[in-house]
Design a protein around this ligand. Structure first.
Ligand SMILES: NC(=O)c1ccc[n+]([C@@H]2O[C@H](COP(=O)([O-])OP(=O)(O)OC[C@H]3O[C@@H](n4cnc5c(N)ncnc54)[C@H](OP(=O)(O)O)[C@@H]3O)[C@@H](O)[C@H]2O)c1
Length: 226
């Protein structure tokens, strides 16, 4: 880190060795991307030497982060020689503070109006940083999928079924389309181990939902559109 010690930290070594081992366990000789998962506020190396070494060795071509706010990204960028091209964040129709806060900005007494990521959506678009949506089908935080959950999300599943029939895809595809339809060009990170769900998701990623359809899904999931 240029603002602190230049000594190679234990964390840098760990990061570099961990990444190299992961690449070598996988199929390829390099990774297209390496993402730093969450920020750690304690004084330590930011991994810049590990990034330099992995990049120079051709092990990693592009770097990114996960769950970082705009301020955290700006702070980290000061220590790095490579651009940060992606940021993975949790995003699904039912877990969408990334979109929802801005849609209901500045509304007193409305929980949705709380900005939980310091304007990450606008920051990412203004800085050409690609957002990647993790847990695209989860209700909230690893508590099961909203697809087919009629007990908690009956209205949402009605709209998903209706749009799936209209577009000739599955509700899974429409859930993906809801993310990819946004002009921020967000990429979807699937967690499924079921090949057919990957195919359904890919089919949905090309669906051009109308603005009205997009907002119908959003409100059916319980969000407010002022
Ligand atoms: N950067 C980060 O901090 C972070 C955090 C968490 C996750 N991630 C990444 O994001 C990826 C996706 O997250 P995730 O796994 O939570 O996402 P997800 O794709 O929303 O959920 C996958 C899980 O939901 C099940 N599922 C999917 N569609 C279903 C359906 N229609 N009906 C019933 N079950 C269904 C899958 O089961 P089947 O396997 O049986 O299809 C799987 O158990 C992870 O694999 C991980 O790589 C990143």
């Amino acid at each position: 880190m240029r603002t602190g010690t230049s000594r190679r930290s234990d964390e840098d070594v760990d990061d570099q060795e961990h990444t190299t081992a992961r690449i070598e366990r996988g199929a390829g000789a390099h990774a297209d991307r390496r993402a730093r998962r969450r920020t750690d506020p304690h004084p330590r190396g930011h991994g810049e030497e590990a990034f330099d070494t992995l990049h120079a060795a051709g092990k990693v071509r592009n770097f990114g982060v996960s769950n970082h706010t705009p301020g955290q990204i700006e702070l980290l960028k000061r220590s790095l020689n490579q651009p940060l091209v992606v940021n993975q964040v949790q995003l699904s129709i039912t877990h969408s503070p990334l979109f929802a806060a801005g849609i209901a900005a500045n509304m007193a007494g409305l929980d949705q109006s709380i900005d939980r990521d310091n304007g990450l959506l606008d920051y990412s678009r203004l800085n050409d940083m690609t957002l990647q949506a993790w847990s695209p089908f989860q209700k909230a935080f690893f508590d099961g999928v909203f697809l087919g959950d009629r007990e908690n999300f009956a209205e949402l599943n009605d709209v998903l079924d209706e749009l799936a029939a209209a577009y000739g895809v599955t509700p899974t595809g429409i859930a993906v389309a809801w993310i990819t339809r946004h002009p921020a060009n967000i990429q979807v990170v699937l967690g499924t181990t079921t090949p057919s769900r990957v195919v359904e998701s890919a089919a949905g990623s090309e669906i051009p939902l109308t603005r009205e359809e997009w907002y119908r899904l959003f409100t059916a999931a319980g969000h407010t559109v002022p």
